[in-house]
Design a binder for this molecule. Structure first.
Ligand SMILES: [Zn+2]
Length: 438
């Protein structure tokens, strides 16, 4: 598969902006993930916000970016930075973000590259491009004011995962806030995002129309299920995403079930180490450190065998698509006392989705029926519908652009609620340009 055929393939217009602010989603406008958004004003000042890919099978890529000198990366999930190595190698684009996002970027790119090879979907960048991206990275602290031509911008805490930022841009005509992925609720790892007043708010609408269950009872439901499985002599397999979820779940267990025997496996161990090197992005580095000391870290084949006797195994992949979780599943599946506790969203086409819908899981190429108890818990660190509405109200934004959303299910209820709150709402489609003047 050839991505971005030679010559000009970008959807971005060549005409200059005549008035106001132009925005153009290369991806992530009317879909979840795969984000890339260009902002430009009449002076020709132009920034790209995020440049990711959607890790579906096959992956989805944003449209080709036009020449941009600077790109701000909101956070280190692959659907927000997966295509940054391409930008670095094709346009020598400077990449900006928090120090922790910069630190995590390299292992995320390496992992993305490895997965693309295993799954047979070649990327449009290669390993050498990762080095270029690392060289072009510029780190910025929260609230640090950066002058960019006639604009000033700063990063603000977004909640979501450690190092995640919202982008606040002051242009001569508009105050803009771009949320990236965000959550106003505190998690074990990070404090929630705070609203600020702006004229144009770009808000992610992943959970439009859906309210999260209250956090505490959902956590208790999870902890009770763990106790149940352990007391009947079983092991809980907890598939979890490496970047954020693994550490959140580990801290929850450490604080509430300190007598359990917990093992963690997968890239989440390494990322926790990187988090701890940047304690300023954590709500409590002491609590994460204590949880990491407490847990048994799996780092060899014999460790992995020992982990089979654990009470709980937390491991990647979070959607049961390869990674150590499949190895464990293959060995735990014969004992009905064991259980699988899913901790995140299971995308269409993923192993976890197949397990929920059909009770089967592809293990080393063959669909195997799984008889174990399966339960799913909502530990999302995105705002739910109600948090989005309340945040937007507090931002007092005249214009609200709802992006990073399913256009059929999630966006309509969000648009209705936002319009009744008096905002002018915009629903971007990928590859189209829009201008906000007033
Ligand atoms: Zn994210």
């Amino acid at each position: 598969m050839v991505l971005y055929s030679p010559g000009r393939t970008s959807s971005y217009p060549e005409e200059a902006v005549k008035e106001g602010i132009r925005f153009h989603f290369l991806g992530g406008g009317n879909e979840v993930g795969n984000v890339g958004c260009i902002l430009e004003d009449v002076a020709g000042t132009r920034l790209l916000l995020d440049y990711g890919l959607a890790p579906t099978k096959p992956p989805r890529y944003p449209n080709e970016a036009p020449k941009v000198t600077d790109c701000i990366i909101t956070h280190s999930h692959i659907d927000h930075l997966g295509m940054a190595p391409w930008l670095a190698s094709h346009h020598s684009t400077r990449l900006h973000g928090t120090a922790l996002t910069g630190e995590i970027a390299m292992p995320m790119w390496n992992d993305c590259y490895k997965v693309s090879r295993i799954e047979g979907y070649p990327l449009s960048w290669d390993k050498r491009d990762i080095d270029e991206a690392v060289d072009l990275w510029q780190s910025h602290g929260f609230n640090e004011k950066i002058t960019f031509h006639n604009w000033k911008w700063q990063l603000l805490p977004a909640g979501h995962i450690p190092g995640a930022a919202m982008v606040n841009i002051d242009t001569p005509t508009h105050r803009i806030l771009f949320t990236g992925d965000f959550d106003t609720r505190d998690s074990k790892l990070v404090n929630g995002a705070e609203p600020i007043e702006c004229d144009i708010l770009f808000v992610e609408g992943t959970y439009g129309g859906r309210s999260h269950p209250p956090k505490k009872p959902e956590q208790e439901r999870f902890l009770n299920r763990v106790t149940e499985v352990v007391s009947r002599g079983g092991t809980c397999l907890v598939p979890a995403f490496a970047n954020g979820r693994t550490q959140d779940v580990l801290m929850l267990l450490h604080q509430n079930k300190p007598n359990l025997n917990i093992h963690i496996d997968g890239m989440g161990k390494f990322l926790a180490k990187l988090y701890l090197e940047h304690p300023e992005y954590l709500r409590s580095s002491e609590e994460l450190e204590a949880a990491m000391i407490w847990a048994k870290k799996v780092s060899s084949k014999s460790d992995r065998k020992k982990a089979l006797d654990a009470d709980v195994i937390i491991t990647t992949s979070g959607m049961l698509d390869g990674g150590p979780s499949i190895w464990y599943m293959n060995r735990l599946r014969d004992n009905p006392n064991n259980a699988i506790l899913l901790t995140g969203y299971q995308a269409r086409g993923s192993g976890g989705r197949k397990l929920l819908d059909e009770g089967k899981l592809p293990i080393f190429g063959t669909d195997i029926p799984i008889e174990l108890e399966v339960d799913q818990f909502t530990f999302s660190t995105h705002c739910g519908h109600d948090e989005i509405i309340s945040f937007t109200k507090q931002c007092k934004a005249k214009h609200v652009v709802v992006y990073h959303t399913d256009p059929l299910q999630a966006r309509p209820p969000l648009v209705a609620a936002l319009e009744s709150q008096g905002h002018t709402v915009h629903c971007p489609v990928n590859g189209e340009s829009y201008t906000i003047i007033d």
